[in-house]
Design a protein around this ligand. Structure first.
Ligand SMILES: C[S@@+](CC[C@H](N)C(=O)[O-])C[C@H]1O[C@@H](n2cnc3c(N)ncnc32)[C@H](O)[C@@H]1O
Ligand SMILES: Nc1nc2[nH]cc(C(=O)O)c2c(=O)[nH]1
Ligand code: SF4
Ligand SMILES: [Mg+2]
Length: 235
């Protein structure tokens, strides 16, 4: 069964959330059922880029991951687009047999049985600033299907006060999930340099707001890869 792949890159470090700093190879799926206003990966979402996505067999994807990792088992990060549109089960089976670990980032709109085979499932439901509306029943189905996964975490991007309140309510609904906040990056054009001070200001705003509120449930993290490489693709 053929996968639609936008890019495979690494080794790099996971720049976000629970596995921040961890060496990883990314497999980015092409295609998404959402269209977030601030998506930083439009090249894997917008159908205008469709002719840059490769049809690949799981064994071919694996060959590339193996090449990039030099055959050394590490964590493979499935992202996108929404990887949950496709069947990554066979790829996970191949990789796990070789001692690799698997993480997946998805918005929680589509559930797949292979979630149960993951070491880490990152559910990243979208706050109001995205322009998308979360189907919480679908997210609950993701949680159900992921029973058996090593761990499940939630990560919410925050752009404004409304997103913050929304995230707080989401965390209260899922109090048992490790919960991560990351400030939104408003500049997502790969050819425009990011302003490090502007990113730091957003992190400062979010951190001070959360601490002043005495909300101690979340961990607050920047996008480490953006601090290092800006909006460059393939890192
Ligand atoms: C590009 S998405 C791909 C996976 C999946 N579609 C999702 O949204 O979870 C990976 C992560 O990047 C986050 N993200 C996307 N655009 C962003 C931006 N402009 N600033 C901060 N985080 C962003 C998403 O919320 C998600 O957590
Ligand atoms: N280094 C690095 N870390 C990431 N964490 C989430 C990413 C994504 O675009 O899904 C990403 C990415 O594209 N690069
Ligand atoms: S769900 Fe993820 S990949 Fe899809 S548009 Fe939103 S941020 Fe981008
Ligand atoms: Mg990204």
């Amino acid at each position: 069964m053929t996968l639609r792949i936008a890019e495979i890159f690494g080794p790099t470090i996971q720049g976000e959330g629970a596995l921040i700093g961890e060496p990883t190879v990314f497999v980015r799926a092409g295609g998404c059922d959402y269209r977030c206003s601030w998506c930083d990966s439009l090249h894997a979402v917008d159908s205008a880029y469709r002719d840059t996505w490769f049809p690949m067999q799981p064994a071919e994807v694996w060959e590339r991951v193996d090449e990039l990792s030099g055959g050394q088992p590490l964590t493979v990060s499935l992202s996108g687009g929404n990887p949950a549109i496709q069947d990554f089960g066979p790829l996970i089976t191949i990789g796990k047999a070789m001692g690799y670990r698997f993480a997946c980032e998805t918005q929680g709109s589509i559930a797949k049985p292979w979630f149960a085979e993951l070491d880490t499932l990152v559910l990243s439901p979208k706050p109001p600033s995205s322009g998308e509306v979360v189907d919480w029943d679908a997210l609950d189905t993701c949680l159900e299907m992921a029973k058996g996964a090593g761990k499940i975490v939630m990560k919410v991007v925050i752009f404004d006060d409304q997103d913050y309140l929304w995230a707080k309510a989401a965390q209260a609904t899922y109090p048992d999930l490790p919960f991560f906040l990351q400030p939104g990056n408003p500049e997502v054009d790969p050819d425009t340099p990011v302003d490090p001070q502007a990113l730091a200001d957003r992190l400062l705003w979010l951190t001070e707001k959360t601490m002043a509120d005495r909300w101690f449930a979340p961990r607050i993290l920047p996008q480490l890869h953006v601090l290092i490489w800006g909006n460059k693709r393939g890192v």
